[in-house]
Design a protein around this ligand. Sequence first.
Ligand SMILES: Cc1ncc(C[n+]2csc(CCOP(=O)(O)OP(=O)(O)O)c2C)c(N)n1
Ligand SMILES: [Mg+2]
Length: 375
Amino acid sequence: MPVVETRPAINEQELTFKVSSKIQQVLTPAGEVVGAVPNLSGEELVGFYRWMVLGRAYSDQMVAMQRQGKMGTFAPLTGQEATSVGLAAPLETKDWLFASYRENISHLVKGVPLLALMKQWGGYIADNFPAELNAPPFQIVLGSQMHHGVGVAQAIKYNNQPNVVLTVCGDGATSEGDFNEALNFAGVFKAPVVFVVQNNGWAISTPRHYQTAANFIADRGLGFGIPGCVVDGNDLLAVYQVVSEAVARARAGHGPTLIEAITYRLGAHTTADDPTKYRPSTEVERWTKRDPITRLRNFLLNCNMLTKAEDNALHETVKAEIQAAVEAYEALLPPSPDQQFSHLYAELTPRLRQQRADILRDLGLEIVSRNGSQA
Ligand SMILES: Cc1ncc(C[n+]2csc(CCOP(=O)(O)OP(=O)(O)O)c2C)c(N)n1
Ligand SMILES: [Mg+2]
């Protein structure tokens, strides 16, 4: 039998970060240009950079609040800012975003307020995400958002609407049945959807190479008849470019694209995780040198699109914006335990009615109905 030469395994490529001909890249980790820069104004580029800075500061703030007992469990996003901004920026207002818990910046770019995100993580369940943004709350059940996205994409197609859907999940979620079913359905029916996988190397403590024996997750698109594309996920310009092209394909009726963005989670999986138990610090150090924010900042400084003084001012305004949201969040009354029953069914089943009554009785609280009046 002839021996077929394969490319090095994905993890090896991630760690050495050789620019393979297959990994789309515009900026090197030092911010030097090695590919075609997308046609964007300086103002737009600085705007994207600001979202990245804001996202990281927000993530740090959320971790701090969780440690102070003011916030629920949170999934830090540090290291993944370029993918999160680059996947959302090409979307138009009426396009849909179905994201997971680590793409909070994508939601911000789509227009979701900081306070809404804080409330969602803080246990305020009701109506935090404005419906007109076409960006439903982030999904925690791995991969299920891909189904929601494909369903909406099919509705768009049936109704001859000009919009597209973008769904995003992690490398671990690609092992879910949902991922495979969603891609198969979208491939067969040419749904106007873009699938982005944030391959951040880990699914909690499970390394990427346990998810698939394929060299690239994007290669799996082939089996569904969907073109796949691999991009340097720490390179905002490259992510923006490939997502823009995939969105244009979907909008023109050419069907879905699978994009794998290779990035890295620099922090813990969540505030309930300790990554030092399962991954070497040398790996984190290597990826710290590929910081997506530093990369874009260097580019902007080199091109005179941003000065150091403007950068400092931008950091200050970001800090103030987050502080204002924190103050609004801290001024809220605590969420009622009653809420968790309020958005499941139009009418609770007898069993759930009983559970709600039991909880409120145990906590010494009164039963409050959906509109706030006593039941
Ligand atoms: C269906 C399902 N199974 C298991 C979990 C528990 N879980 C939460 S996050 C996670 C790992 C996900 O890894 P990945 O998809 O790579 O996303 P990342 O956390 O790295 O962003 C697991 C197993 C879940 N939320 N949903
Ligand atoms: Mg992951």
